[in-house]
Write a protein that binds this ligand. Sequence first.
Ligand code: HAM
Length: 420
Amino acid sequence: MAQQKIAAPKGVSEYTPPRSSAFDFVRESLISPASKAGYQLIELPVFEDTDLFKRGVGESTDVVSKEMYTFEDRGGRSITLRPEGTAGVMRSVIEHGLDRGQLPVKVWYSGQFFRAERPQAGRYRQFYQVGIEAIGLDDPAIDAEVIAIADAGFKAIGLTKYRLELTSLGDAQSRAAHRVDLLKFIATLDLDEATAARAAINPLRLFDDKREEMKSAMAQAPLLMDYLTEQSRQHFAQVTKYLDAMKINYTLNPRMVRGLDYYTGTTFEFVHELLGAQSGIGGGGRYDGLMEQLGGQSLSGIGFGLGVDRALLAAEAEGVIGADAFVSDLFIIPLGEAAKVQALTIASELRLKGKTIEIAFGDRALKGAMKAADKSGSTYVIVLGDSEISSGVVELKEMETGASSSVKIGSLFDALHKKN
Ligand code: HAM
């Protein structure tokens, strides 16, 4: 009896050829500006002690209260699949004492993250982020550089139809002053029980309520930007001055609410115009109390997380990358056993020199093998038969034009090199 097929768990994103090479291109493009700015790789576990996220990300957030994949491991410990990267980075920096060395600590990461959200286009239960964190200094120039690095990542893909939204959540004093007036304002609203409970934990969350009646009720609410202390105001003014100098466009959005509770000061989001409901392609900001909250010293930090899945969707929507970006330099079609041996050795040698080489396997007839060569997107093709082996000369055919020239097998590398 035929076995039943097994499907992937609901809501996970996965990338199979040929689209996987576009995904790879997007991920590499997004993170490449970080290493150019001196950020170093940090590779962390995908599961952590559940308390890390409860304390780090905040219990009022949807991420912690509704979306965590939490389970007990075989030793009875509560473990959670990481829903985001910043808390884990902070845990690791404290644990390894990186904060006792040169500051700022500058790291980048890339990998899978997990949130049990309702799946839809651009919203997955397992998704990919690349991110950076700069920990230990609160110089506003770092804020501007971090934002510029994210922006450079989107530009490296070729994206243009996105905007950067920016705000400041101020320091603790700014937020305390604002909170008093915001709570007074909220007390005048007629809220249902769940909304009132959410407001009691973090009243800023009401700015994020998508219901029309709440949007219009909150239209008159006092804005945190109007309560910034002089120090916070000046810090933010410096950040915008540096962004202006780097010609990075932004729009101020004083109503921005991030989904994680640790943010303070400069906070930002990148929003893509063609993605509909799930339009946030990246976001980040300062988190000046997080390290202390997690048992470390009182140091500030700033960083971002960019959504690789959504950046790929954005790139496809803008038409800046095709679905099959994989291209090899040469496709070798061996005819017969002796030719197969030769094909394998030629391919190994050329690959060692950095060329991408494919071989037609499976003793296919020439016509079928040529079709495979065409599909592979290879720049050149050679056919290796008995006569080529005995003469040591092959016909190097350019796939796009059909033009061909005789090349000695030993000179293939130079021939490929010259024509590339
Ligand atoms: P976040 O805004 O929660 O921030 O996530 C960053 C990006 O990850 C989002 O802008 C979005 O593109 C992508 N993303 C989030 N959830 C999903 C999902 N369910 N499916 C697909 N993509 C998703 C953070 O995670 C912070 N740790 C960023 C940060 C670093 N802030 C400071 N340092």
